[in-house]
Ligand binder design. Structure first.
Ligand code: UD1
Ligand code: CA
Length: 454
């Protein structure tokens, strides 16, 4: 089959966003709208993706490396037909060309695959939707046999044509050969003085092509974004889909309307996810994982049976089976917790490798550290890993007991089964099974009188 080339129109201003950020860079589910479209084009197996840019071109270009897309500059926005024409020199004659839009981010791959699947020189594939209120859209004009004849824009349509409920989504596919012969002949003598891409429909009919019409499963697939209200509508639709997917796969959601997924997830069965949980990046959750309200979980792998309690932040961490995390824990990148570990409230970990059954239950900072099995870190323990210039490592052997309010001044190693007295500042290594106490000796002064006011 002939190669597929995708042309994405993204040169418009998007003034109704009222934003310094180009419209197509506004995110849906944490990813720029344009990047959603490019991702879909890639999944379709496009040989090349041409993106037509104009307003905010430098910013848009900087958002992706030049290897992923062929940037096509449209210096003046003279209409959708003119925009596609800018890409013509980069399209091989034998290509099938699919036209997409940088501000229409959520079209399903299957919908587009059906359009380009059996496209050849003899047809043009058009994606339409029926709308109760079609105002503003190009209308699909059909003859008495129901064959598509043309598209007329809102401003050029007759009163009779305004009654047509079937509208143009803008998405179409046709061979490059035809685009190359038709686009240069477009005229801008219409109500808006623009070169309309939609005029090629009538040309296709004139040249004896058949117009193959299909419709998306859901109108949100072709919903464009002109303002922040529409952006929010699309975001909520997208999130509803994610919630439905999670429930289908085996997660119970306290409220499907109060969960956001900004990335990709894999999950096991019988999960419980409470309200206001945000997932970002790549997250993998095992079976019987429970996540409390208000958690943010990013780029994490959480094994079977782990429980993440309310308001915990997990970023770049691996959590073992049946671990208990939070409430109010903050796990930062490089945290690797083995099975049956506990990290409790107001604990921050970073690059901390923690062995099976170990506990850091309250108010601690454990960074650049490795802990063996069954280590107990008392409340208020701090690894002093930074001297202002370099970072150093703390190592605690199996079965170490660290008393509360201990400072472990790294680099420092504590041998297996050693005990550290509460309130110690440990600056020297401790050997296995030793007791280390490093704090001021207590003095009790009898008969002490408090100072009195003069
Ligand atoms: C277009 C269609 C209309 C359809 C509607 C669906 C035409 C003439 N009309 O109308 O039939 O119902 O989309 O939303 O195609 N763009 C450029 N360069 C330009 C002009 C536009 O890159 O010179 C981009 C814009 O950034 C935008 C998209 O093309 O993303 C659509 O352009 P717009 O002017 O909004 O077309 P509509 O009037 O909405
Ligand atoms: Ca538009």
């Amino acid at each position: 089959m002939s190669p597929l080339h995708v042309v994405i129109l993204a040169a418009g201003q998007g003034s109704r966003m009222k934003s310094a950020l180009p419209k197509v860079l506004h995110p849906v589910a944490g990813k720029a709208m344009l990047h959603h479209v490019i991702e879909t084009a890639r999944q379709l197996g496009a040989e090349k993706i041409h993106t037509v840019i104009g307003h905010g071109a430098d910013q848009v270009r900087a958002s992706l490396d030049d290897a992923t897309v062929n940037w096509v500059l449209q210096t003046e926005q003279l209409g959708t037909g003119h925009a596609v024409a800018q890409a013509l020199p980069d399209l091989p004659d034998d290509a099938r060309v699919l036209i997409l839009y940088g501000d229409v981010p959520l079209t399903r791959k299957d919908t587009l695959e059906a359009m380009v699947g059996d496209l050849d020189d003899r047809n043009l594939a058009l994606l339409t939707v029926d709308m109760d209120n079609p105002h503003g859209y190009g209308r699909i004009v059909r003859d008495t046999d129901g064959q598509v004849q043309a598209i007329v824009e809102q401003k050029d349509a007759t009163a009779e044509q305004h009654e047509i409920k079937e509208v143009n989504t803008g998405i179409l596919a046709v061979s490059a050969r035809h685009l190359k012969s038709w686009l240069p002949t477009l005229s801008n003598s219409n109500a808006q003085g623009e070169y309309y891409l939609t005029d090629i429909i009538a040309m296709a009919v004139d040249h004896g092509l058949s117009v193959t019409v299909s419709q998306p499963l859901n109108p949100f697939e072709v919903q464009g974004v002109n303002n922040r209200l529409q952006l929010a509508e699309l975001e909520r639709w997208y999130q509803r889909q994610q919630a439905e997917w999670l429930m289908t796969e085996g997660a119970t959601l306290a409220d499907p309307a109060r969960i956001d997924v900004r990335g990709e997830m894999t999950i096991g069965n019988d999960l419980w996810i409470d309200i206001n949980v945000v997932f970002e990046g790549r997250v993998s959750l095992g079976s019987n994982v429970s996540i409390g309200p208000g958690c943010v979980i990013k780029d994490a792998t959480i094994a079977d049976g782990a429980e993440i309690k309310a308001h915990s932040l997990i970023d770049g961490a691996t959590i073992g089976a049946n671990a208990q995390i939070g409430p109010f824990a903050r796990l930062r990148p490089g945290t690797e917790l083995a099975a049956n570990t506990k990290v409790g409230n107001f604990v921050e970990t970073k690059k901390a490798v923690v062995g099976e059954g170990s506990k850091i239950n309250h108010l601690s900072y454990v960074g650049d550290a490795s802990l063996g099995r069954n280590v107990n870190v008392g409340a208020g323990t701090i690894t002093c890993n930074y001297d202002g210039v370099n970072k150093y490592q703390t190592e605690l052997g199996d079965g170490v007991f660290v008393g509360s309010n201990t400072s472990l001044v790294a680099p420092v190693t504590v041998g297996a089964e050693a005990t550290i007295g509460a309130g110690s500042t440990i600056t020297r290594n401790v050997s296995g099974s030793e007791l280390a106490v490093a704090r001021g000796k207590q003095r009790n002064i009898a008969g002490w009188e408090r100072p009195k006011k003069a």
